[in-house]
Design a protein around this ligand. Structure first.
Ligand SMILES: *Cc1c(COP(=O)(O)O)cnc(C)c1O
Length: 487
């Protein structure tokens, strides 16, 4: 299996190389040169474990690893999840199920890929006999940072650098990042939003002067953002597993269409659903759920991507994004590298681009898109708790609310991306409770109110002392990196 760049100006590479590079040298994102097809024998798959299905899917992407190796990576990566099957299907009503992806150590779906990525990356370094240490540059809107720091904590031959926006992340997300104890961690609050941080990371990753200085010190960049192909591949797995489980539970007949709604920011999670569909999974409409930063809703309606607009800090901060990276991979699939290169150039220069009608029609055939503001998000949290006695986190609540806009005869799967305890303040307020200033107190309040235990993974989080207190302007990140890495 080979991987190509969405901008068509970089050489084809192996899966191992794509994992290590993160971003392609022409600034594009890696995608499979030919999409693998899965063999869906539901009689067998409906009883298969998460690790077994994961092995089958990931072997298709990374055929340099043996199946036994991949099984080992998956087994170890998900060992400390607090749900034995790793992901949980929760029935909402007769036609809707939630896919809970937050049973990992940092309580958001980012753990699904970022617990695994260190295993893939370190094995890739070993197999390609690289002697360098990987410097994993990561921009986060809040959840990727914690999950990446946890996954790469003291992993040999890696250094993990995280930039998070100083405004917008929740207190709990901040605490998870600033208390990261690994010797290989470097965490910086940046003045700016996620888009600023992500743009800075993408520039650093292809900064030739830096890359040369790093080579001299046996260092090499990679990325833990969903620009890394390893994250996308790991995320395809749970759609296949969810489908198999729904067949197992009698919620779907083998081959029946399943619609999927995904709360979306950087377009990684929903792109993985699209890839699963391309690989043959019987998925129907894919619904892109956004918050008040509804750049994607507008794009799917008009074909005009307009990043030049006010950035809003919302109650679903992981979706506070105006430049959605992985959309590039979808556009490549529908329109090819030349079109994508042109549009991305327009985006960089003018903060906007417009796709042609033919591509727009293709998009609209496969996707729905809508958004939900913070007030509606709160109402949805309250409604679902009152009617179903089920606690939604604000990101999942956006998806549940948006899903209502698109009545369909098909069975619905709504992706649940974070534990409500990760956003206890917002959830308490939505439920009509008074939230405290102290985030630890809010965990206990939410636990008492909902009669659910605080997840063990964060039970002692607030006893830890922050060790990463640095705050920098975007323009100073490069100099800081030079100093931190001793370049
Ligand atoms: C990252 C994140 C999202 C958005 O996922 P993308 O892959 O960036 O679209 C949604 N919800 C939560 C809780 C997240 O952490």
């Amino acid at each position: 299996m080979k991987f190509q760049s969405t901008r068509g100006k970089a050489p084809l590479v192996s899966g191992l190389q794509a994992l290590m590079n993160g971003l392609a040298p022409d600034g594009g994102l890696y995608v499979p040169a030919v999409f693998p097809k899965l063999d869906f024998d539901w009689e067998r798959l409906k009883d298969a474990s998460y690790v077994a299905i994961g092995t089958q899917v990931l072997s298709l992407f990374f055929d340099e690893f043996s199946e036994a190796e991949i099984t080992n990576f998956l087994t170890e990566a998900y060992e400390n999840f607090d749900y034995p099957q790793k992901v949980k299907i929760q029935e909402l009503d007769s036609r809707k199920d939630l896919l809970e992806l937050f049973h990992g150590p940092t309580l958001a779906f980012k753990d699904m890929a970022l617990s695994l990525l260190p295993y893939l990356l370190t094995a890739a370094i070993q197999k390609t006999q690289h002697k360098e240490t990987l410097v994993i540059l990561t921009a986060t809107s809040g959840d990727t940072g914690g999950a990446a720091l946890n996954g790469f904590n003291n992993v040999t031959q890696t250094k993990i650098v995280v930039y998070y926006p100083s405004v917008g992340v929740s207190k709990l997300q901040r605490q998870q990042m600033t208390t990261a104890s690994g010797k290989n961690t470097h965490v910086v609050a940046v003045t700016g939003n996620f888009d600023d941080a992500q743009k800075a990371v993408k520039q650093l990753l292809i900064d030739q002067e830096l890359i040369q200085r790093m080579q001299a010190r046996s260092l090499r960049f990679s990325s833990a953002n969903s620009i890394n192909i390893g994250r996308l591949a790991a995320q395809v797995v749970y759609y296949v597993y969810a489908y198999a489980q729904l067949v197992q539970k009698g919620r779907l007949k083998a081959g029946q269409t399943l619609d999927v709604t995904v709360p979306t920011g950087n377009f990684g999670d929903i792109l993985a659903a699209y890839w699963a569909k391309k690989m043959g999974l019987p998925l129907g409409k894919l619904t892109v759920a956004s918050n008040a930063n509804h750049v994607l809703t507008d794009f799917f309606a008009s074909g005009i991507y307009q990043a030049d607009r006010d950035f809003k800090v919302t109650s679903s901060p992981a979706m506070d994004i105006l430049v959605s990276s992985n959309l590039e991979r979808l556009l490549f699939d529908l329109a090819g590298a030349d079109s994508v290169a042109g549009w991305m150039k327009d985006l960089a220069e003018k903060q906007t681009y417009e796709i042609d009608d033919k591509t727009l029609a293709k998009l609209q055939k496969q996707f729905n898109a809508a958004f939900c503001d913070s007030a509606q998000t709160s109402q949805t949290i309250k409604k679902i708790f009152t009617e179903n006695n089920y606690l939604l986190d604000p990101h999942t609540a956006v998806a549940v609310a948006v899903n209502e806009n698109f009545p369909s005869p098909d069975q619905q799967l709504i992706v649940s991306t974070a534990s409500p305890f990760k956003f206890a303040e917002t959830v308490l307020t939505a439920l009509g409770q008074t939230a405290a200033a102290d985030p630890e107190l809010n965990l206990n309040k939410l636990s008492q109110f909902s009669k659910q235990a605080v997840p063990a993974a964060i039970a002692d989080l607030f006893t830890k002392k922050p060790v990463h207190t640095q705050k920098l302007a975007i323009k100073d990140l490069r100099a800081d990196l030079i100093e931190t890495l001793g370049l």
